[in-house]
Ligand binder design. Structure first.
Ligand code: NDP
Length: 408
């Protein structure tokens, strides 16, 4: 009989890739409406957008550019968190440079006339398939080299290990594959695709609408902020604890750039406008979300670096755990245990609202993100309970709300 973990791996490998294709097909052929696809394998294969010479050149060029920027871009080198053996890996933090340099090169390529500004719309399907092929092959490589690595952890089920990963920190010399994939090729591509979709709207309708500007500006801010605070990435859950296999690499290379862009993709052929009041309200939701998200995250980061630093003008209150780590119980972290998720959710909502209410599909992001963050909070809770035991329970007693005070 097929084991549960193998069944989960198969379900993920088959089910997840269908989602971006479904979204793409709905937006491209059904105006954003839900439709019932034929699940006959022959029909699915026939409907698959095949890679084109252009999509291969664009995606291949993009990957090469990002690899070169990671290797050669100027930036600080910082140690990561201690590994099991007490050692620390070094990370080259040049994302801020890579982000802006990528934009400069995109502008140069457009100026040279090598590609049309609105290419992302026409090539979206082929690019999606190209990225999928790269991600599946890359995960096979990770699986093979991971089995020979010193930090490997295998379950004996090859399919499960392929999906969940074998090695924690696969590297080619000092080039950290997980750190690279987590941000560079996917996150920067997300906002570059957005900008190209705005250009596609202009090419088709002679206008870049307010909703399109809002979606582009909000998501640009989110990604620029991410690279500005790049140091915080090395202490994230993914970098510290998650093994690097198909799930993470496919998420980075395919899921993020090709599902997070669906609002802009939808708006290409829905050039409606927004009233000044609606615009102001949506900007307010995004900016409130941003302020909460940023200040909660930075407060923990600063506290962990310097526990004597005042929090909201007062000496911080905290619990000293048996392991030595400190849990902040004042400031944002005394109000709820994951207010940063609430800020992120507010922003996610503001990214969907400009698309209007004609089709629920453009709210895919906020629904998916809500599920993701609730699941993530519960997983984090379990891990912290394991790590800190009664100290975590004491923190939960002092700060009972998980994400939103008074609600959850
Ligand atoms: P957090 O930044 O909330 O980190 C949780 C960890 O912080 C815990 O595991 C614990 O780790 C430590 N911690 C918990 N409570 C305290 C406390 N009171 N004082 C000090 N340390 C504490 O979670 P994530 O890493 O999940 O998220 C980071 C950001 O990334 C969030 O804003 C989230 O919204 C965003 N995000 C965005 C995604 C996207 O797709 N756009 C996906 C996932 C996250 P330890 O003690 O081991 O340090």
């Amino acid at each position: 009989m097929i084991s549960r973990q193998r069944a989960t791996a198969i379900a993920m490998l088959v089910g997840l890739p269908l989602v971006p294709y479904y979204l793409w097909a709905s937006l491209t052929f059904h105006g954003g409406a839900f439709f019932r696809p034929s699940l006959a394998p022959s029909h699915l294969i026939q409907s698959l957008p095949l890679p084109t010479a252009k999509s291969i050149a664009i995606y291949g060029g993009w990957l090469v550019l990002q690899i070169l920027l990671q290797i050669a871009g100027p930036g600080r080198v910082r140690p990561g968190t201690p590994l099991k053996d007490g050692s620390r890996l070094l990370y080259q933090l040049n994302g801020w440079f890579a982000f802006w340099c990528s934009w400069a090169i995109v502008v140069l390529v457009l100026w040279l006339g090598w590609i049309s500004p609105g290419t992302a719309y026409d090539e979206f399907g082929p690019l999606l398939t190209t990225a999928n092929i790269v991600a599946f092959v890359f995960a096979a490589y990770l699986y093979v080299v991971g089995r020979g690595s010193s930090d490997r952890a295998t379950t004996g089920d090859a399919l499960h290990d392929y999906v969940m990963g074998v090695s924690l920190n696969p590297r080619i010399r000092s080039f950290d594959l997980k750190f690279f994939c987590e941000s560079r090729p996917g996150l920067i591509l997300w906002v570059v695709l957005n900008a190209s979709l705005a250009a596609a709207q202009y090419q088709r309708h002679g206008v870049v609408t307010t909703p399109m500007i809002l979606v582009n500006a909000f998501q640009f801010l989110y990604i620029a902020d991410y690279f500005f605070h790049e140091e915080a990435i090395v202490t994230t859950w993914d970098i510290k604890h998650e093994r690097f296999g198909w799930m993470l690499s496919w998420g980075d290379l395919v899921w993020v750039p090709f599902t997070y862009t669906i609002q802009a993709y939808y708006l290409v052929n829905h050039p409606h406008d927004l009233s000044p009041i609606a615009t102001a309200a949506i900007v307010a939701v995004n900016m409130i979300g941003y302020v909460i998200f940023r200040s909660v995250n930075i407060q923990k980061h600063r506290f962990r670096r310097d526990p004597s630093r005042p929090v909201w003008g007062r000496p911080p209150r905290y619990i000293r755990t048996a392991s030595g780590a400190l849990l902040l119980t004042s400031g944002w972290w005394g109000i709820a245990r994951h207010l940063n998720y609430f800020g992120d959710l507010l922003m996610g909502l503001a990214w969907c609202l400009p698309t209007g209410f004609a089709h629920p599909i453009t709210y895919f992001y906020i629904v998916y993100f809500l599920i993701l963050l609730i699941h993530r909070e519960r997983r984090d809770h379990r891990m912290c309970l394991q790590r800190y035991g009664p100290d975590w329970e004491a923190y939960c007693q002092r700060v009972p709300w998980r994400i939103v005070p008074g609600l959850y």
